[in-house]
Design a binder for this molecule. Structure first.
Ligand code: NAD
Length: 309
């Protein structure tokens, strides 16, 4: 039986690290694609040459040609530009929408049955572009952000309480970044809500640090943004799909009535399995949580409206 095949578009920091994680876990053969000639080929070759030492037989190669991506099971989209000095958020939105549309059209043609995982920012708006460009059903277009946001929250909770990250679970909803909605009453250590383990002001401080988690790393790095944890987030989603694990993970998906929202991509817990997004895992929200969630949904709607102008 052939190994699964995963295409990663964008051979930059997030894309190359994702390719490394997938190949080194021998989860799938990986094809790395970029618009820059030589870059994906060079990183692909370098990763392949690590295989004998790491001890896996997954194939890794780089290309500029979508023919090489044919019949992928999963396509991960990380291609895009970072915000440059002087560039407005709307400029970045329009530029990355153009990039995501072009790569998804080509990748979807080559792999009509693939599941697309979108990573490029602004995440939720780029999911709308990817769904439109692919023509795929909503089950097969999924955005990665919530896994990263909840991993950050888990890290900060575990550090605060001096406990293992493994016994720490966090629940986040909403858009990626500053409109994220951390649900602390469902965030637990060994099943105990953190609201019972920490004073309210500490819980709020951890929530705020999580919502600013991306900016905190950018401020330290000075150039570029986070990629180790984002790549780990993509890996967790790819693994749940390829191994049909049915993990319940926070992902950006197109809501069709769930949480009272219609036709907007936003982060909610979903079951990820062989069919992609198999079910939205719905929960009741308190009125405060609902207000924050709706603010997040409105922020996504505004970006999509800019794209439709
Ligand atoms: N969703 C999340 O949680 C999350 C987390 C981290 C990063 N991101 C986003 O992921 C994206 C990638 O981040 P990065 O740090 O890897 O950036 P990067 O600049 O290191 O890599 C981006 C790559 O995309 C390539 N590219 C540009 N246009 C292309 C095209 N038309 N076709 C193919 N490749 C093209 C570039 O050549 C570059 O190699 C950014 O939009 C970033 O904001 C999202």
């Amino acid at each position: 039986m052939a190994r699964n095949k995963v295409t990663v578009i964008g051979a930059g920091n997030v894309g190359a690290t994702t390719a490394q994680r997938i190949a080194e876990a021998a989860l799938a053969d990986v094809v790395l694609v970029d618009i820059v000639e030589g870059l994906p080929q060079g990183k692909g070759l370098d990763l392949a040459e690590a295989a004998p030492v790491v001890g896996h037989d997954a194939g890794v190669r780089g290309t500029n040609d979508y023919a090489d991506t044919a019949d992928s099971d999963i396509v991960v989209v990380t291609s895009g530009l970072a915000r440059q000095p002087g560039m407005s958020r709307d400029d970045l939105l329009t530029k990355n929408a153009g990039i995501v549309r072009s790569v998804v059209e080509q990748a979807a043609k080559a792999s009509p049955n693939a599941i697309i995982i979108v990573v490029t920012n602004p995440l939720d708006a780029m999911c709308h572009v990817a769904m439109d460009a692919s023509g795929f059903p909503r089950e097969r277009v999924i955005g990665m952000a919530g896994v990263l946001d909840s991993a950050r929250f888990r890290t900060f909770i575990a550090q605060e309480l001096g406990v293992s990250v493994e016994d720490t679970h966090a629940f986040v909803l909403g858009g990626h970044g500053d409109t994220m909605v951390p649900l602390s009453r469902y965030s637990t250590v060994a099943g105990v809500p953190i609201t019972e383990l920490l004073p309210a002001d500490r819980v709020r401080a951890l929530e705020e640090r999580t919502a600013n988690g991306g900016a905190e790393v950018v401020a330290l790095l000075k150039t570029g943004s986070a990629f180790y944890a984002p790549a780990a987030g993509v890996f967790e989603m790819v693994e749940s799909i390829l191994l049909d694990r049915k993990r319940v993970l926070p992902c950006a998906v197109l809501l069709r009535g769930e949480f009272g929202v219609e036709e907007v991509f936003v982060g909610v817990p979903v079951i990820l399995g062989a069919a992609g997004m198999e079910r939205v895992f719905e929960i009741e929200l308190t009125s405060d949580e609902r207000v924050a969630f709706e603010r997040s949904v409105d922020a996504v709607r505004e970006l999509v409206a800019v794209l439709e102008r």
